[in-house]
Design a protein around this ligand. Sequence first.
Ligand SMILES: Cc1ncc(COP(=O)(O)O)c(C=O)c1O
Length: 420
Amino acid sequence: MFSPQPRLRLYGMPGALVTVAKAYLTGSVNRGQDLQRLEAELLRYTGVNHAVTVSQCRYALHLLVKHLVKPGQKVILSPYTIHDVINMVIAAGAIPVFADIDKETCNISLEDARSLIDENTGAILITHFQGMACDAMAFRRLCDEHGIKLIEDCAQAFGAMTGNRLVGTVGHAGAYSFNRVKNVNSFYGGAIVTDDAELAARIRQEVGLLPPIQPRRLLKQIIYCAVRELLSVTPVFQLVTYPIVRFASLRGSRAANKVINTEEHPVRRDTLSEFLRCRMTQMQARIVIQQLDSVERSIERRSQIAEKYYQGLKNIRGLQLPPRRMDHSHIYLGYPIQVEDRDAFIRHMMRAGRDIAIQHCGNLADEKCFKSFHRDCPNARWVAQRVVLLPDHPKYSDREVQRTIAATRAYFETSENPLG
Ligand SMILES: Cc1ncc(COP(=O)(O)O)c(C=O)c1O
């Protein structure tokens, strides 16, 4: 009974590790023209005119705010994201303004964003949550009406469509992430895409002056990913990893929670971390290029799993499912359901031998560290307490999906706490 597959598998493994080994053995971590090749591939993939690779997506967002918004101007954004996105805006000299989100999509509300625009607004930053594309065209029209910029945070949505365009290509600029938990994984990494030649040139110049990522930092991340992958291989996971995670989780261990919830203690930073001031290596670019061809395949597989979840879990009182989209406007980076008593639900699932976790983002509009930007965002508060991610990575088997559905149904058949 207690033999689940892990809720997370890193994308691009073990191929990425083979590329790493080759690069270290041949001394080609920073040799080659692969960053240029990757930028050319991104142009082909997205259809935009300019792509610039960067150390991380959060740094991309920082650069975009810095170059598109004047110091002291406001940036309207969702409070339901990682805390460092807010820090990137602050460090760029702008003022974050939280707009509430839509309860079903968990994305920033167009109407609330509209109501917040004033003469000091410089941009709207939209986040495509867990692969669910915002209506970027509607945001673009709103921004154009007011002569302000639209920035797209596509960290969780590489490959998602909004209308007939890829996310990242509708705003004045878009930012992608290739970090270890994304659907393209080069350990760290990101890219900016834009049709604005001057913006791209200024960012390229700034990034071009930076050194490649510190070898020790990159190596640490690679080793972490390799160990994590090893602990996720089926027999190891079932015999060692899961029993420990399950035991710790049911005992309410803080250490276990820390591993799961990286956003537990958000911190405000007014200046940019020196860590971010670096470039991707040529090796990381090679790793991204290797994975680009499988992006569509993995979207198809996750969409299939999402449909199975939908069919298996629809019409359960107290369970809110994500929007059902089969047109690539949701790439289901995870399958975010909403449950009223999330802790009770996780305990039930762990007892039933399932490996699942909460969505780690909180409602940043309520966080103490951002209290000078506090704004009442009731939907974000509601959602942030309820979202649980059901596993849907491409290696998650149909049998596992059915077991997760059965365990979820069992919870609601006995639960006293439906959402209503
Ligand atoms: C919504 C969102 N934005 C930005 C980022 C930052 O991406 P990166 O880790 O590449 O800096 C993340 C990372 O998880 C994210 O989830």
